[in-house]
Write a protein that binds this ligand. Structure first.
Ligand code: SF4
Length: 480
């Protein structure tokens, strides 16, 4: 995750199924560690030891929360699920940490969720009117209530999930654990990634990104299909595909540009290669005479390599990142956010001094961080700074599990490219052309991606539109 940026992840999920009791908590720990870039506010693991669920979750990063003692106390089991969280819906406190565990009349359920629903308010209202009491402010609890409600009459947990999916609208990649089954679910539009694999000793792994499979030595089998319910139990792997192929896919293109780790492969395409291509596209559309191309570490590096490769301008390491500092967004105020940039990023004067520099970053949201980076490079002696951004300008918020900001805070909403260049102090500025963003991963099917934060065409009703319908129905029922 690029600490210099101003947008944050959604969440990450991980799960393991083993036919015999093993140290599943440790496996999940390593998997979550690999997914830490998807959320750093809280994390949790639930171990299933022959139907007995043991849970530990807390605020903080994986390495701090899961001490050797905590992992030992979680003990062995034949299944476990885990979650890393960045709060997108709900407050960031301990109560919203996941996975959540729910006892119901037919057993027990643990669930971890990546993504955001857009019809949470409507669903929550319906459930509350039927007596449900919610403890969390995130929509994950709503999903679990819906599943449990359906479980009362469904023949199996997977059938209950299948029915609940009829009501869910928005982004959800889920790992769900019943006493005897591990279930992975991806929403019919496939907003957020989800894949599964197998370790050499036969344990099945489900994860948000393939880099987490690599971390535990698992081989990627395939991505969970949009709309698929994948069931893993003592009989092996089976799937329900009633919701597959019924809706147009809207996979988040921003996973390739920014959210995912470059060593991940999502839906068959390498994130690293997609970023290299974004740099190539930038060099083709926004060429400039310059002496060196540098990237803002970490997520501007791949695109910088692509830009250098296409333009023939040498690539150099002009900025060094302090790997041990917290994230930019932790700063409570605008002023301290800017001050922290220098603590986190330091230019190498011998690389940039007297040079015309092409600076590549993956996004400009509010512009404050970019302005400070440009300043730092000038202080280090750069003659010219030509900023190139490997994403199109953000003009709309995201409703699907990321915190791409409200319109008011998005600099591209109020200013032209020339104005932004002036505001951040760059000699020139070029963004990735929104028309080419779906070509990044080399896929021939460019029609299966969500690009709403760049283009404004939302693939579902927005949260506000659902809320408006719900408010209208409420008022109507009060009148009749
Ligand atoms: S709005 Fe943007 S960040 Fe959100 S899912 Fe769509 S492409 Fe991804």
């Amino acid at each position: 995750m690029d600490f210099s940026s101003e947008i944050h992840e959604e969440c990450g999920v991980f799960a393991v199924y083993s036919n015999k009791p093993t140290a599943v908590a440790s496996t999940v720990y390593y998997g979550l560690f690999a997914l830490q870039h998807r959320g750093q506010e809280s994390c949790g693991i639930v171990v299933n030891d022959d139907g007995i669920f043991r849970t530990y979750k807390d605020t903080g990063i994986v390495n701090d929360v899961f001490t050797p003692q905590v992992l030992q106390d979680l003990g062995n089991g034949n299944m476990a699920i885990g979650h890393v969280r960045y709060s997108t819906t709900g407050d960031s406190d301990r109560i919203n940490a996941q996975p959540i565990v729910v006892n119901h009349i037919k057993g027990r359920l643990a669930l971890a969720h990546n993504g955001n629903l857009v019809n949470t308010d409507t669903l929550k209202e319906e459930l509350e009117l039927n007596g449900a009491i919610f403890h969390m402010t995130s929509d994950t609890e709503v999903i679990s209530y819906l599943i449990i409600k359906e479980r009362l009459t469904a023949a199996s947990i997977e059938e209950a999930i299948n029915r609940a999916m009829d009501k869910l609208v928005g982004a959800y990649s889920l790992v769900i654990m019943s006493p005897s089954k591990l279930i992975a679910v991806r929403d019919p539009k496939g907003f957020r990634p989800l894949c599964y694999g197998i370790t050499p000793d036969g344990r099945y792994i489900v994860a948000s990104e393939s880099c987490a499979l690599d971390a535990v030595g698992a081989r990627l089998i395939r991505d969970v299909e949009p709309g698929e319910i994948l069931v893993i139990d003592k009989n092996g792997v089976s799937s329900i595909k009633d919701h597959c192929g019924k809706e147009k896919h809207s996979k988040c293109i921003f996973e390739y540009i920014y959210f995912a780790r470059p060593d991940s492969v999502i839906d068959g395409y390498s994130v690293h290669e997609a970023r290299i291509r974004s740099g190539i596209f930038l060099a083709l559309e926004h060429s400039v005479d310059a002496d060196i191309v540098i990237g803002v570490p970490d997520s501007g590096i791949d695109a910088a390599i692509g830009y250098a490769r296409e333009s023939g301008i040498p690539y150099g390491i002009g900025l060094v990142k302090n790997k041990y500092i917290g994230r930019t967004f932790i700063s409570p105020g605008q002023e301290s956010r800017e001050d922290k940039v220098h603590i986190k990023l330091n230019p190498i004067p011998s690389v940039v001094k007297g040079k015309r520099v092409v600076l590549i970053d993956d996004s400009i949201v509010r512009g404050t961080t970019s302005r400070r980076i440009v300043e730092l490079l000038r202080e280090a002696g750069a003659l010219e700074i030509h900023m190139r951004v490997s994403a199109p300008p953000f003009i709309n918020p995201c409703y699907y599990g990321t915190d791409v900001d409200s319109k008011e805070n998005l600099i591209a909403n109020h200013h032209t490219v020339e104005e932004i260049a002036k505001m951040i102090g760059a000699d020139s500025l070029g963004f990735l052309n929104p028309e080419y963003v779906t070509y990044l991963n080399g896929s021939k099917n460019t029609n299966c991606y969500c690009t709403a934060c760049f283009g404004g065409k939302y693939p579902t009703k927005t949260k506000d539109e659902y809320k408006a319908v719900s408010d209208y129905s409420k008022k109507l029922s009060e009148r009749i």
